[in-house]
Design a protein around this ligand. Structure first.
Ligand code: HPA
Ligand code: ZN
Length: 337
């Protein structure tokens, strides 16, 4: 079956962990190059392990597979492979998360990570027609002290970093734990986002807004349990970077057909859809647009709204002319059907 043409509408991807784009083929190639033995016989055996119970069972595999990423060249290759795939799915702008602590803890220097990603990002417009930003995430199941050390270590590279985020195991690690590092990031002029309300309660969403001063909520799915919070998110136009395929694979929702996205849009929330960790969750962002069209019946105008929202929610304040160009591309896009 031909993919629905709405899948390739021009769009921004705002919730994408670069380590989550590590496809099994690249993982094995990097393992061979770096002399690392993976605990899987081949790519098929690895793919068979992609059956997750919850966020933690995914994170265990996600962090384990990162062992193959060792050099600046590895990070450059990872990012370029993602950008190649993203371009084929209509992505025009990508705001990319990375997890420095998951690499530094394995003895990989933060400079190799950031310069490697930066090398691919520097060529992205020319090679792929995609503008990019980098967002450095802190692992919320690590200490607040470790997050502060990470921000300190990143200081020589801040010209490459647009903002900070918060990811990894959510429950039991409320946003307020990271108040100090978010204050320090704000003082450095960094934008702020955080995962909240993926597995954690709606109160974590409010806390991320109130205590960390975030401008966007990553996931935010569970806001729907708190009508007052929904009202606030609508009123203040707080973007949510939803990831429907991730929610199915990590069992936040049973079936894609059950995903609350249509109700969230109808409630007036500023929703975007994104791929999260596409190598693990069954699709890149164009595939996600296709899937929500099929499973949730979102038609052309709803998909156009999602694409428009992605640019409205993106950190393009330093290049409003570009944002306007992208938005014009969204409005001019013609669905075939
Ligand atoms: N949630 C939290 N942390 C993550 C995720 C996610 O979906 N993907 C990669 N790190
Ligand atoms: Zn995520």
């Amino acid at each position: 079956m031909r993919a629905y043409d709405g899948a390739v509408i021009p769009k921004a991807e705002l919730h994408l962990h670069i380590e989550g784009t590590l496809e099994p083929e690249l993982a094995f190639a990097l393992a061979a190059r770096n002399g690392i033995e993976l605990p899987f016989a081949d790519t098929e055996a690895l793919r068979r392990a992609y059956l997750f119970e919850d966020l933690q069972s995914f994170l265990d595999l996600y962090y384990g597979l990162m062992a193959v990423l060792r050099t600046e060249a590895d990070f450059a290759e990872l990012a370029d492979a993602y950008l190649t795939r993203a371009a084929a799915q209509g992505v025009r702008h990508a705001e990319i998360f990375f997890d420095p602590q998951a690499h530094v803890s394995r003895g990989v220097g933060i400079g190799a990570v950031i310069e490697g990603l930066g090398r691919a990002l520097d060529l992205s417009e020319q090679r792929h027609g995609i503008s990019t930003r980098l967002i450095m995430c802190f692992l919320r199941d690590e200490s607040a002290e470790s997050a502060l050390q990470t921000l300190e270590a990143a200081k020589p590279y801040l010209h490459r970093i647009t903002g900070v985020g918060l990811d990894s195991a959510e429950v039991g690690h409320p946003p307020a734990k990271f108040r100090e590092v978010y204050e320090a990031a704000a003082e450095l002029g960094l934008r702020r986002v955080a995962h909240a309300g993926e597995e954690g309660p709606p109160a974590y969403i409010s806390e991320a807004l109130d205590v960390l001063g975030v401008e966007r909520i990553d996931h935010g799915l569970r806001c729907m349990e708190d009508p007052e919070l929904v009202e606030r998110l609508v009123r203040d136009r707080i973007p949510l970077t939803l990831c429907p395929l991730s929610n199915v694979r990590l069992r936040a929702v049973d079936l894609l057909e059950d995903h609350p996205l249509p109700g969230m849009m109808a409630a007036g929330l500023l929703c975007t859809v994104n791929s999260d960790d596409p190598a693990y969750f069954g699709g890149y962002v164009g595939d996600t647009f296709h899937a929500v069209h099929e499973a949730l019946g979102l038609g052309p105008e709803r998909l156009r709204e999602l694409a428009r929202n992605s640019f409205l929610a993106s950190f393009l304040e330093d290049d409003e002319a570009r944002r306007a160009r992208y938005l014009a591309e969204v409005e001019a896009y013609e669905f075939e059907d």
